[in-house]
Design a protein around this ligand. Structure first.
Ligand code: XMP
Length: 532
């Protein structure tokens, strides 16, 4: 969670998202594979609502959702290993089509009497798929195609009654089906971009096999959430902490669409935002969207408390505490407010227990969040949504591109980018100016959306330089730009040399205090995205 007030620690129950009303759904059971979330996202992109549930969630929980289809994900285990996740046979008796992917296929194969064994060689990365018999699942697709594999165990024989549909370089049986039974399996990963016909295969499963209606869209999400918010809130007063980030902004706009001026937004300017960001938030919400907004200029308070502090965790703690204090003061002024909007996303829900626990868990990202003991009932309109869906909902609500596509920004803001030193007003201003040059050039080069984050770091060191025949002793600005899908891992972005030169030369020419610009070329792991 990367926004000051938009998101907090996951809601206490940490339960899987509730299925929305009147929408066909396909449940993805998570066996711990690294692409499990991606399967659910792809299904949604194809217009069918999908939830990721732990593989051990229980048949009753699945039945309650009345899904049109069930997908068993990949996973790291060997189906024949002791303690490996098993298949509850009752899942096959629900009358719901089942598609097993990778581990999911191996599980179905083993459970239904086929042969799965460790192969002599694993199959990782691109592989050539040969369709032997298109059957129902692969109908209409090319006989030869590329697919993405990631497995060591292999299916050697399909279960009795199944047809082997395809083989690949190292998998004698790479796809199977038993149409009568409604059970399908593929060894490769249709959800990753390296399987060019992956979407087409998922689409066949959703439309042709499951007969799911493809009604899940940004417009349908807006309609549904607006109805839900109205039902929850009635005529009550609602408060929303706005950070300017996409999550809290979209959540606020949805609530405003639902209950209008029953909503009041509170924006706390802690003085650690990027250049002009505070003004932009105020202009967008107050002037453009006409949302009642209380803007609190708390810069002095935060800076006073940060004076003399250089330890990163202490900075985080102070900022978190002070944020809560300011927010509570403002909230207490809004008489009768009973509801609090949170921009909790579906990925937060999954990470807090909706998933199997196989995925890595974020730890420090509730800085800037609100404590759970606030006396409010939570309104969480993004709780079923992935980040890309939140952005599409933002666009659907007519929000400007700049807001909807904003890169993530940490709750403690620029304070944790002044590394090894104190976040003083002067240092913050310098960093803000350097950052503004970077953002400006990155946007001009058309790269802003391609990067997960791009920002500057200001270490607490000086270096020697020479400018205009004079020796200088100035600041170093670090350029950090990364690509990533989810911030769990990241790669340093290969920015063009010319662009880097332009950025460095502007920083040095326009900012007197800067005499050196360097580029961070560390991926995550081993580095983190931020420096502190
Ligand atoms: P790291 O540095 O751990 O960051 O690779 C991963 C993502 O989290 C953001 N980040 C934070 N967000 N409060 C936040 O709200 C924090 O204290 C914090 N620290 C890091 C970071 O910007 C990146 O997107």
């Amino acid at each position: 969670m990367n926004e000051a007030a938009g998101t907090v620690a996951p809601s206490p129950e940490g339960a899987p998202a509730a299925p929305p009303v009147a929408t066909d759904e396909v449940v993805v059971l998570d066996y711990g594979g690294q692409y499990s979330q991606l399967i659910a996202r792809r299904v949604r992109e194809l217009g069918v609502f999908s939830e990721l549930l732990p593989h051990h969630v229980g048949v009753e929980e699945i039945e309650r959702r009345k899904p049109q289809g069930l997908i068993l994900s990949g996973g790291p285990a060997s189906v024949y290993a002791e303690g490996a996740p098993r298949l509850d046979r009752r899942l096959l008796e629900l009358g719901v089509p089942v598609l097993g992917i990778c581990y999911g296929m191996q599980l179905l194969t083993r459970e239904l009497g086929g042969r799965v064994e460790a192969a002599e060689v694993g199959e990782f990365g691109r592989s050539d798929l040969r369709v032997l018999e298109p059957g129902r699942l692969l109908a209409g697709l090319p006989a030869e195609q590329t697919c993405w594999m990631s497995h060591r165990d292999t299916v050697f024989e399909p279960p009795p009654g199944f047809t082997a549909l395809a083989s690949s370089t190292a998998s004698p049986v790479a796809a199977v089906e038993d149409v009568e039974r409604g059970v399908y399996g593929i060894q490769f990963h249709p959800e990753v971009v390296h399987t060019p016909y992956g979407n087409a295969i998922l689409e066949r499963f959703l439309a042709d096999v499951c007969g799911a209606e493809r009604t899940w869209s940004a417009a349908s999400i807006v309609d549904e959430q607006v109805a839900r918010i109205r039902a929850q809130v009635g005529s009550g007063r609602v408060i929303c902490g706005l950070s300017g980030g996409v999550d809290s902004s979209v959540a606020a706009m949805l609530v405003h669409r639902a209950v209008g001026d029953q909503l009041t937004c509170v924006f706390v300017d802690h003085g650690l935002m990027r250049k002009n960001e505070g003004e932009q938030v105020i202009a967008a919400f107050r002037d453009q969207f006409k949302v009642p907004l209380v803007a609190v200029d708390a810069q002095d308070r935060f800076l006073a408390r940060l004076a003399g502090v250089s330890d990163p965790e202490t900075k985080r703690k102070i900022i978190g505490e002070e944020f809560i204090r300011v927010f509570e003061e403002e909230a207490s002024r809004l008489e009768g407010a009973r509801y609090l909007v949170q921009g909790t996303l579906y990925s937060d829900v999954i990470e807090s227990g909706g998933g199997t626990g196989a995925a890595t868990i974020k730890s420090h990202h509730n800085v800037g969040g609100l404590p759970e003991d606030l006396e409010f009932e939570l309104v969480e309109p993004l709780r079923t949504l992935f980040k890309d869906e939140v952005r599409r909902v933002g666009e659907e609500l007519g929000m400007p591109e700049r807001l909807v596509w904003r890169q993530p920004f940490p709750g403690p803001g620029l304070a944790i980018r002044i590394v090894g030193g104190e976040a003083t007003r002067g240092r913050l201003n310098l960093l803000r100016d350097a950052d503004a040059i970077l953002q400006d050039e990155i946007r001009r080069a058309g790269l802003y959306r391609e990067l997960w984050q791009s920002f500057c770091v200001l270490p607490d060191v000086r270096t020697v330089g020479v400018q205009g025949d004079e020796r200088t002793y100035g600041n170093v600005v670090v350029i950090r730009a990364v690509t990533s899908d989810d911030a769990m891992t990241a790669d340093w972005a290969r920015l063009p040399y010319d662009l880097l030169e332009q950025i460095a030369s502007r920083m040095i020419n326009e900012l007197r205090e800067v005499n050196r610009v360097v580029l961070d070329i560390t991926s995550k792991p081993p580095g983190t995205i931020e420096w502190e």
